[in-house]
Design a binder for this molecule. Structure first.
Ligand code: AMP
Ligand code: MG
Length: 513
């Protein structure tokens, strides 16, 4: 290691092993990021970098604190802008297809470039992807770029989801490019560094199925996915005599299970993805592609925030049925691998798909019981949960704050106790709590770690983004700090607990692509 800045020879800690490049060449196009003129670091995720085994000091050699520091000349800024490739990277854009609002299209990374797969010191493999890194073979009419506000939005919400314990891709850095992007108005360009268990989507399988005559590409992708995400299942045989040990059926079942669990988690925290197109559904069960997503304020299953979702296809209450619809598309791609005869393959797939709604219901009930401090299972629990949700819908009660108020009930007066139907519900709930062995304090403890106090409320996100776009990152910094400990009651963050001020115009989010 030398001390002069120009000759940094100590390692940033990258350890790339790019297994995706071993797939058939149709699955990707090699593509380097397009350099940008004036990169400056807007935000850098120290904790994530450290957990990946990266050396923050090496990435930002002469800075003690690089968050919002605007370092122009450090290797981290150069790497996360796409101007310099880290050692071992083999950049590429991935090919995929997808049903967008129900319509099938050939897609692919139009503005994202996978630098490669980084292996952490403990041997875990993560995709390192630059989003907004320039045009690729799949850009179609797009410019390959992303806007600062949209990338910071993904950073905020993905990190908030991580802190809430929901499987998600994560955000390592946002670098402003110093170049404009032209949308409905002129915006500042930015590149987000996204960290994911992988970027294999339902749409990647749709792509494989659509290019294949003999299932070779599909088998390559399915085997790759099994090895990468479901290695315990990878040893099954494709066409077992009983079809019971078929590893591709096991893959379908595992993906169904992970999606059922993921969507149940979204429903429990009031998260609306907003664009559950099949290309935005990750095979490994992480939340991915944060576009017009948001957290629900007052409880209403019909809530839609996305400006482009005029039919409510991706409304809050529709997320489980849509996940199932997407899984049917996934199962369709696997048919040739489930059985040599199509009718039998369809029967096998249908049997597997039928488990989705059952599994989703089980995961949902489990999580909702925890939200109400219930450790045991009683036949009427679903009715009890529905009773509360109905009451919240009827009285426009804030989803997050209602559950949090119930969790801290020992200390504060519940504001909605004045509603007669709520009073009835409340006494039923208290009776239900008494028929389990755990005492009230134990229940409250469970609830305090299940029901967040702080979520990424739309108005908070918007004010952090407007300040950041104007060059003031302090609002964003404070919000991120609060969101990193969502289950803490910190008086410092009292402002974050309030629902949005009443407005005549419903909140809308835009893709901001
Ligand atoms: P999304 O709505 O972000 O999931 O993107 C859908 C498709 O459009 C993906 O194939 C993206 O890569 C592509 N896309 C979105 N924005 C751009 C852009 N600015 N330039 C090129 N492709 C884009
Ligand atoms: Mg997408």
């Amino acid at each position: 290691m030398k001390d002069s800045k120009e000759n940094i020879t100590f390692s940033a800690g990258w350890k790339f092993d790019n297994s995706y490049t071993q797939l058939p060449s149709a699955f990707f196009t090699k593509q380097k990021p397009t350099p940008v003129s004036a990169p400056s670091m807007v935000i850098f995720n120290h904790a994530l970098a450290t957990s990946l085994g990266l050396n923050v000091e090496a990435l930002f050699a002469d800075s003690e604190n690089v968050v919002f520091a605007g370092n122009q000349d450090l290797s981290g800024t150069e790497v996360f802008s796409g101007n310099q490739l880290p050692e071992g990277a083999e950049p590429l854009a991935q090919a995929y297809a997808g049903h967008q609002f129900g319509h099938f299209n050939m897609l692919g990374d139009g503005r994202a470039i996978l630098l490669g797969e980084h292996i952490t010191p403990s041997g875990v493999r993560f995709d390192i992807q630059l989003k907004g890194a320039g045009e690729t073979a799949y850009s179609r009419r797009g410019d390959g770029r992303a806007a600062l506000g949209a990338m910071l939005r993904e950073y905020i919400i993905s990190e908030a989801m991580h802190a809430l314990g929901v499987p998600t891709t994560r955000s390592l850095a946002v670098v402003a490019t110093g170049e404009p992007v032209y949308r409905t108005s002129v915006l500042q360009g930015a590149v987000l560094t996204r960290v994911a268990a992988s970027h294999i989507r339902v749409g990647t399988f749709q792509f494989a199925a659509s290019i294949d005559d003999d299932s070779a590409a599909l088998i390559a992708l399915a085997d790759y996915t099994l090895n990468r995400h479901f290695s315990k299942l990878a040893s099954g045989k494709p066409f077992d005599q009983t079809y019971a040990n078929n590893k591709y059926l096991a893959l379908l079942e595992a993906v169904i299970d992970r999606q059922a669990e993921l969507i149940a988690r979204w429903m429990q925290i009031g998260f609306i993805h907003g664009v559950m197109n099949t290309d935005n559904m990750s095979i490994c069960g992480e939340t991915i592609d944060y576009g017009p997503c948001a957290f629900m304020d007052s409880y209403d299953p019909a809530t839609v925030f996305s400006s482009i979702d005029q039919q409510g296809r991706y409304a809050f209450g529709n997320q489980a049925p849509i996940a199932e619809w997407n899984l049917v598309r996934f199962a369709e791609t696997l048919l040739p691998l489930l059985h040599p005869e199509q009718t039998s393959a369809i029967t096998i797939a249908q049997t597997a798909l039928q488990t989705f709604s059952v599994k989703f219901r089980q995961y949902w009930l489990k999580g909702m019981r925890a939200k109400l401090g219930l450790y045991t299972e009683e036949a009427n629990d679903a009715l009890l949960i529905d009773g509360l949700l109905n009451c919240m819908e009827k009285h426009d009660l804030d989803y997050t704050n209602t559950f949090r108020a119930l969790s801290t009930e020992a200390n504060i007066k519940i504001p909605m106790l004045d509603f007669p139907d709520f009073i009835v519900w409340h006494s039923l709930w208290r009776k239900r709590l008494l028929i389990q062995d755990q005492n009230l304090a134990t229940s409250v403890n469970l609830m305090l770690f299940t029901n967040p106090a702080i979520i990424a409320r739309n108005h908070l996100v918007e004010s952090a983004l407007s300040a950041a776009e104007a060059g003031d990152f302090s609002v964003l910094e404070k919000l991120l700090e609060a969101l990193s400990k969502p289950f803490n009651d910190n008086p410092k963050y009292a402002d974050y607990l309030l629902p949005a001020p009443l407005s005549n115009t419903p909140y809308k989010t835009y893709c901001g692509t």
